[in-house]
Design a protein around this ligand. Structure first.
Ligand code: AMP
Ligand code: MN
Ligand code: MN
Ligand code: MN
Length: 280
């Protein structure tokens, strides 16, 4: 059944280490309150949440899987690759993440410079003062809303910082192949995140899935909030043909986004092998 319902396994969530609004422990309690028993924390280009958890001994409300969400570039889009169950101390991934974070800082300042030129005075200073380990456009949108330069985050993206909008800075992310290699080099599983969110045609999606599999990608998210059921069925067929596994997750960021709750999405199609079969 492709109906949203509470799931006990959620393999995509964010904290304040990137653009989530909750601390690590707040996220785990929030997820548990929604019925989630196993969660992967997958901050954008950050493993900070997992280093924090590794250095404390408190009993946790959920079983935690290590993870992150890597930004890549493909077909002129920003494509997200989730890494799951990886060794957070493996030198290759540690270095990869550090590079991504440095580039994020630099790119966000480029956005801010363009916004200053459009009259948003002080935005560069605000970006310089951000405290997240991995800074994102979400943070920039929040600044713009707080300062009254945009009505809400959606409009900030649409008018200024989204693809094809006024102040958009073309990204120079690594390739899908580089992200998959970094994840697999750390012993993790590479998962193509939310395939329905990239505004790609079916033809482009099919090509991306083939290229992702050829690059060593192992699974694709086939259950997340508002995933079109028709797309889920179509993608599942493609994934099966490429021997890819399936993953699921809410991509939770913030309790205020009422339509995205931890664990609330449709069941993973029964025909696909769940990515967690090897680590749960
Ligand atoms: P970045 O990683 O800096 O490219 O920022 C991307 C993040 O911005 C995504 O992970 C989303 O959380 C957020 N985002 C993207 N598009 C929108 C949008 N239209 N409205 C609100 N948030 C968005
Ligand atoms: Mn995000
Ligand atoms: Mn994403
Ligand atoms: Mn995400």
């Amino acid at each position: 059944m492709l109906v949203a319902r509470p799931q006990t396994i959620d393999l995509h969530a964010h904290t304040r280490y990137s653009d989530g609004s909750l601390s690590v422990m707040e996220l785990l309690h929030h997820a548990r309150e929604h019925g989630v028993e196993t969660i992967a924390i997958t901050d954008h280009d950050s493993l900070g949440a997992h280093y924090e958890l590794a250095s404390q001994s408190e009993d946790l409300p959920c079983h935690v899987i290590t993870g992150l969400e890597i930004s890549t570039q493909y077909l002129n889009r920003e494509i997200h690759i989730v890494g799951l169950n990886l060794n957070i101390h493996e030198p290759g991934i540690v270095q990869f993440v550090a590079q991504q974070q440095a580039y994020r800082q630099q790119r966000l300042l480029e956005f801010a410079n363009r916004l200053e030129q459009l009259g948003m005075e002080g935005v560069v200073g605000e970006v310089e003062a951000l405290s997240a380990e991995s800074v994102t456009r979400t943070h920039l949108a929040q600044i713009m809303v707080r300062r009254g330069w945009a009505k809400d985050a959606n409009r900030a993206f649409k008018q200024y910082i989204g693809r094809k909008s006024k102040a958009y800075v073309k990204a120079k992310w690594p390739t899908i192949e580089q992200a998959v290699s970094a994840i697999r080099g750390a012993g993790g599983k590479a998962v193509l995140a939310h395939p329905g969110r990239y505004q790609l045609s079916r033809k482009q999606l099919a090509l991306m899935l083939e290229d992702f599999a050829a690059a060593g990608g192992q699974a694709v998210e086939l259950a997340y909030p508002n995933m079109d059921p028709q797309l889920a069925r179509w993608m599942t067929e493609k994934a099966l043909n490429l021997a890819l596994q399936g993953s699921q997750g809410a991509d939770f960021h913030n309790p205020e986004w009422r339509w995205v709750k931890p664990g609330f999405f449709a069941d993973l199609p029964k025909s696909i092998v769940p990515v967690w079969q090897d680590f749960l």
